[in-house]
Design a protein around this ligand. Structure first.
Ligand SMILES: CC(C)(COP(=O)(O)OP(=O)(O)OC[C@H]1O[C@@H](n2cnc3c(N)ncnc32)[C@H](O)[C@@H]1OP(=O)(O)O)[C@@H](O)C(=O)NCCC(=O)NCCS
Length: 371
């Protein structure tokens, strides 16, 4: 509670009450989220739950109502969450917006496709030094990666770098390593070594908690370090983006055993403001007919042109539920994919391909942490 409340302002917490007792709750972190071409104030929905004694009576529905109305009034155009179950949030207008993967790379299949000669220096640091160095890397990477959030000092201290008291954590302690070139941090990693021996051979796991580095060489170097640590039979990592550079770094990417699932879920709380808050790859115009039962203020036709979305009476070219705008918003999915899946209706031929060209981004969205 104490740690959590360092980052979640009490006024962003809703409680469901019955007879003076709390029976459910939902919170929202006030995030600054990277979207294509910029950052947007976003509600990071968290700690959603109904007491087991009060389930399936509409408690969650009333919490979602209160929370989305509050987010709307605050002027945050987006809400963002990780779903514990993929069936829960679609009815409230959230669309699956990114894919995330986990890998388990056996040591014997960790070679790179091309020689990698380390140029930067690596240094193991303590949490105190990590607190000054890691945010410098994070900020450079997150500003060009849709799906990443700005981290406050409290977020670093009480979540990312935090270690439970001895015996409380899983596996070994968190280790912190920084990659520096000419004295400047270009990458870092947080990892745990979980030792295990089997008949004199190491069967240990090197768990990568978070590895963040600038594009290109720094990413290759930090991963080479993680893959080469002794006394480990495999290197594991979760919450990687679906287009992680390991695909191109590893000589045998098939052997990393990538498992992909749904990642972030995005809700456009204010369709006009949200669509106007990101940038677009091309100038073209497109008219959407949006359906939104839970937040009817978004319903109707919107024309997106020159990066601004405005209400229009022009004929619609694409018709979809607001969830589908959440799916394409960060660049994780395309309109063409959603047309193929029967979730977006193409009212004018070729509209999906045109919309895809407008919404195109240079990388898959990535949020390396569950909040
Ligand atoms: C998920 C949870 C919050 C639902 O709360 P609840 O108060 O029972 O939900 P409601 O009664 O308001 O249900 C709202 C709707 O969601 C549906 N629903 C609720 N939980 C669901 C679930 N786990 N799977 C599928 N549908 C679900 C209900 O059927 C209902 O549908 P309808 O509006 O079409 O009739 C509750 O089961 C819970 O606390 N689970 C454990 C914690 C958790 O998973 N929290 C989510 C963290 S992301």
């Amino acid at each position: 509670m104490e740690r959590f409340s360092k980052n979640l302002p009490i006024e962003r917490m809703h409680a469901a009450r019955e007879g003076g007792k709390t029976v459910g709750g939902a919170g929202a972190f006030p995030f600054e989220l990277t979207v294509p071409g910029g950052v947007v104030p976003t509600a990071g929905v968290t700690v959603v739950g109904t007491f087991p004694t009060h389930r399936r009576r509409g408690v969650l529905r009333s919490l979602m109502r209160a929370q989305l109305d509050d987010v709307h009034e605050r002027g945050e155009p987006l809400a963002l969450l990780w779903a514990s179950e993929d069936t829960i949030y679609g009815r409230f207008g959230y669309g699956m917006a990114s894919r995330t993967g986990s890998v388990s790379i056996p040591k014997e299949h960790s070679a790179y496709a091309q020689p990698n000669e380390r140029r930067a220096a690596l240094r193991i640091v303590d949490a105190g030094e990590a607190l000054t160095l890691f945010p410098r890397v994070w900020n450079r990477v997150r500003l060009k990666t849709p799906g990443m959030i700005a981290r406050t000092r409290n977020w670093w201290e009480y979540r990312v770098l935090f270690e439970p008291p001895a015996g409380g954590g899983e596996g070994g302690p968190k280790r912190f390593v920084v990659l520096e070139s000419e004295g400047r941090p270009e990458g870092y990693a947080i990892y745990r070594h979980k030792p295990k021996w089997d008949e004199g051979e190491s069967d240990a796991e090197l768990e990568v908690v978070e590895a963040i580095a600038l594009d290109g060489r720094p990413t290759a170097e930090i991963w080479r370090y993680l893959l080469d640590i002794d006394w480990s039979a495999r290197t594991t990592a979760g919450l990687l983006p679906s287009d992680h550079p390991l695909w191109w770094l590893l000589a045998t990417p098939r052997r990393m055993r990538l498992k992909i699932g749904d990642g972030l879920w995005v809700r456009l709380v204010d369709v006009g403001a949200a669509l106007s808050a990101r940038t677009y790859a091309t100038d073209g115009a497109i008219v959407f007919d949006v359906l939104d039962e839970f937040c009817p203020w978004n319903e109707g036709r919107w024309r997106l042109a020159d990066g601004r979305a405005k209400r229009t009476t022009a004929a619609a070219q694409l018709r979809c539920d607001v969830t589908m705008l959440g799916s394409v918003y960060l660049g994780g999915f395309t309109f063409s994919q959603l047309v193929r899946g029967g979730r977006v209706e193409e009212l004018r031929r070729g509209a999906a391909v045109r919309a895809d060209a407008i919404f195109a981004t240079d990388r898959a969205p990535w949020c390396p942490e569950i909040f």
